[in-house]
Ligand binder design. Structure first.
Ligand SMILES: Cc1ncc(COP(=O)(O)O)c(C=O)c1O
Length: 472
């Protein structure tokens, strides 16, 4: 049998079908084999091709027939409206930071570091090694590879001051990225219909996860220094919430890093209310002029549930994160992880562990600091030059974003559209607010591709803003 001869039969039959009446019966396989001088297997192969193209249909035991011509009609999915009912919330179809865009635009919207910021050689070697090992063909324990659990616990333990018991390896659970960890934590520690305090603005994915989990979202205002501890205490008091989601280090989007004083006050409040603080340490590896000190390192009473992701710093293809929780909360979380994902691919875990335990990983992180500093400063200076009306509350000491306040009268939706038309993709701050935005903000990411084009991108933002101020 050759592809050529089955192709010849396909071509011949296609011509025949074109003139045949719908429903006409094709000659038998044996007759076709004789006609085309081919074997029955080759004829069957040709018939499968025609069937896949929708030109014929076979009725077992009866024969093969020319398919009736179908009148193209739109599908009617209206029954689903009745089946699904009204949605609990209408999330955007695709959040801006997840958008993939053509190479020829200036991308300041993304949430993921460009390839040149990743330890690419380490990742490739780690995958090769992992593919050769047992991880490629075996199922890891539900809580994760013990060595990776130990690594996550040791990383947090290293930050624990004297007098605080560091977490045990068994307190760490490996999860498929911290996005899934947020959903898990919200379901396991707050639960549908119950209040969850959340900084505002905050990570769009946390807002999405909270809405999907059906928790009652309670925004607490937060700025360049984190939330006002008194405001947070009042929110606990008022709502009876038993959980709060926060990013004490290099928050996305504000870049905020809590002072030790704010951290102490928040921790006291959380303890007083018998509550959990879900700490998202997403930018642990992205310190620039400061090192993040996890709040979880000051707590051994099980109040802080800690999320640490490797997907951004190792590779977006390695969706691996750790969640550290103590006491019954850990069991709730593990139960949810099993229900949701069962376990994380051992291959990914082995690759992640390989990368972060190489001496070259530390060297990479030191270099990354300088790259991020240069990118952040480039974008900051370009803003000062080209968009003087923009205001930065903080120059972030780490993380990947600038949180830019624009003049009150800015038509944000129009600005974002005009920027895109000018070849610059930016994200409207609106997506980071769990309630109505308190002003027009842009979130500009300085970890995207082609940093050399950042100043030009910002110049075009400045132009678009000016045009918007002058009216249509
Ligand atoms: C603050 C924050 N938390 C969590 C995540 C999700 O991270 P992961 O890729 O580990 O799911 C992100 C991703 O952008 C983030 O910005």
């Amino acid at each position: 049998m050759s592809d050529d001869s089955s192709g010849r039969i396909v071509a011949g039959l296609r011509d025949w079908i074109a003139t045949a009446a719908p429903g006409a019966k094709l000659p038998s396989t044996r007759a076709l084999a004789a006609r085309y001088g081919a074997g029955p297997v080759t004829v069957q192969k040709a018939l499968r091709v025609l069937a896949a193209r929708g030109m014929i249909e076979s009725r077992p035991g009866v024969g093969t027939f020319v398919r009736a011509v179908r009148v193209a009609r739109p599908h009617d999915y209206s029954w689903q409206t009745a089946a699904l009912g009204s949605p609990a919330n209408r999330s955007p179809a695709l959040s801006t930071p997840l958008r993939t865009v053509p190479n020829d635009v200036i991308a300041l919207h993304s949430g993921f570091p460009d390839r040149e910021l990743l330890p690419e050689r380490l990742v490739r070697t780690a995958f090769t090694r992992a593919a050769r090992g047992a991880a490629a063909v075996s199922r890891p324990p539900a809580a994760g590879l013990p060595e990776l659990q130990a690594w996550f616990a040791a990383e947090l333990g290293a930050a624990c001051p004297a007098g605080i018991t560091p977490p045990a390896p068994s307190d760490a659970i490996v999860i498929p990225g911290s996005q899934s960890g947020l959903s898990t934590a919200f379901r396991a520690l707050a639960g549908a219909g119950r209040p969850l305090l959340m900084e505002s603005p905050t990570y769009w994915g946390a807002i999405l996860a909270a809405r999907q989990a059906g928790v009652q979202l309670v925004p607490v205002p937060s700025g360049g220094g984190g939330p006002d501890p008194d405001e947070l205490a009042r929110a606990f008091q008022r709502t009876g919430a038993r959980a709060c989601y926060a990013q004490p280090n290099f928050a996305n989007p504000t870049g905020a890093r809590w002072s030790p004083d704010v951290a102490d006050q928040v921790l006291d409040t959380v303890r007083r209310h018998g509550a959990f603080l879900i700490e998202d340490d997403w930018a642990h590896d992205f310190g620039i002029t400061a090192d993040p000190v996890p709040l979880a390192a000051r707590d051994d009473g099980g109040h802080v549930v800690y999320l640490r992701s490797l997907t951004k710093s190792v590779s977006s293809a390695v969706r691996v994160a750790g969640i550290i929780a103590r006491g019954p909360a850990r069991e709730r979380i593990l139960g949810d992880v099993q229900a949701e994902a069962m376990y994380v691919s051992g291959l990914l875990q082995a690759a992640a562990l390989d990368v972060v335990t190489q001496p070259a990983w530390r060297t990479h992180l030191r270099g990354l600091r300088h790259q991020l500093a240069a990118r952040r400063d480039l974008l900051t200076c370009a803003l000062a030059e080209h968009v003087p009306a923009a205001h930065l509350d903080t120059i972030p000491q780490g993380g990947l974003n600038l949180w830019v306040r624009l003049p009150d009268a800015t038509d944000l939706a129009r600005l974002v559209r005009d920027c895109e038309a000018a070849g610059v993709i930016v994200a409207a701050g609106t997506e980071w607010f769990p309630a109505e935005p308190t002003g027009p903000y842009l979130r500009l990411n300085y970890a995207g591709p082609n940093p050399g084009a950042f100043p030009e991108g910002v110049r075009r933002i400045g132009e678009a803003l000016e045009r918007g101020r002058k009216g249509p």
